[in-house]
Design a protein around this ligand. Structure first.
Ligand code: NAD
Length: 296
């Protein structure tokens, strides 16, 4: 029997996930509040549904790819949401970068209706979503994970089961805290070396052969920064959200992490010059606009 999969949120990531699963033989339907997002997904072979309430009761597995935790809570626990309309046995795979508390709260409420919920935030960007090569860090109970596995395997290249529900988002927040720092620290290293007369491309080759390498030096700078493309498909607004999630988690644990605090300040202050709609890699322009800016 063909597994029926629903996707709620057909933006940069959800669209690619839905198209990947449709291309691999799943029966995929999707919903988005935006008509333009629905139309784009439809062009990629995804059946579009006009109202969420039509989708939720009709599927075996439901994927969420929403901007923030508050959207996840509304879709799961709100009016005409998953708690109200999902059938027993449904498993929800939440790929949103959300908060561990939201994941735990929603999972506990849905469990009462025998609906499973796993947090499986992702890395790999729109390209990873569209090619089924994303990485996922997963918080799940073993029974729910087993049910979701055929879908998870079809949409990702690497999966790490971190722990119980909420642990996926803890791991994702830690990951993005590092990515946010690495973009800035790599920009500082490239700017310093350029002023010392070293070509940025040559420097990156050196860094990537050495111990200073990171996702910023290996992927972000070569793909989106040095060529000034700034078209990763991940926005400044969403990365600022993730940096805020890291600050909130740190504060809730009563920790003093001075380097992370400074990184968070730099990202928050950047809103004065870099709007939420800009590519997240544009943060490097604050370090050295002459080197990294587009000169517009
Ligand atoms: P996006 O803004 O492109 O897409 C989100 C979509 O959700 C939009 O189309 C919006 O209309 C829709 N939406 C919002 N509320 C809705 C609701 N109640 N019902 C239905 N649709 C609704 O965002 P994105 O870049 O696809 O990111 C999605 C999530 O994945 C975010 O949490 C982000 O942090 C995370 N993420 C993004 C990337 C990336 O490279 N873009 C990478 C890793 C993780």
């Amino acid at each position: 029997m063909t597994l029926k999969v629903g996707v709620i949120g057909l933006g940069n990531m959800g669209r690619g996930m839905a198209a990947t699963l449709a291309g691999k033989g799943f029966d995929v339907s999707g919903f988005d509040l935006s008509g333009a997002a629905l139309a784009q997904a439809e062009n990629l072979g995804v059946k579009s549904v006009g109202v969420c309430a039509e989708l939720i009761p009709a599927v075996d597995v439901l994927i969420l790819s929403l901007p923030k935790a508050e959207h996840v809570e509304a879709v799961c626990l709100g009016y005409d949401g998953i708690l109200e309309l999902g059938r027993a046995g449904l498993v929800v795979i939440d790929t949103t970068t959300s908060t561990p508390e939201t994941s735990r709260k929603v999972a506990a409420a849905l469990r009462e209706q025998r609906i499973g919920f796993i947090d499986a935030p992702v890395s790999g960007g729109p390209k990873g979503a569209a090619t089924g090569t994303m990485s996922m860090v997963i918080g799940a109970e073993p029974g729910d994970l087993a049910k979701a596995t055929p879908v998870l395997e079809a949409m990702s290249g690497t999966r790490v089961h971190i722990g119980s529900v909420g642990a996926g988002n803890v791991a994702k927040i830690a990951n993005n805290m590092l990515a946010a720092a690495h973009l800035i620290s790599t920009a500082e290293a490239v700017s310093m070396a350029a002023k010392a007369g070293v070509d940025p491309e040559k420097l990156l080759q050196g860094l990537n052969a050495g111990s200073g390498r990171s996702g910023a030096s290996q992927v972000m700078f070569p793909t989106w920064v040095l060529n000034k493309a700034y078209d990763s498909g991940f926005t400044m607004g969403l990365m600022r959200k993730d940096v805020g999630l890291a600050s909130d988690l740190t504060a809730s644990l009563d920790l003093d992490l001075p380097l992370s605090r400074l990184v968070a300040q730099l990202w928050q202050q950047s809103s004065q010059t870099l709007p939420d709609s800009d590519d997240f890699c544009c943060i490097v322009q604050r370090t050295d606009n002459a080197l990294f800016g587009r000169g517009e």
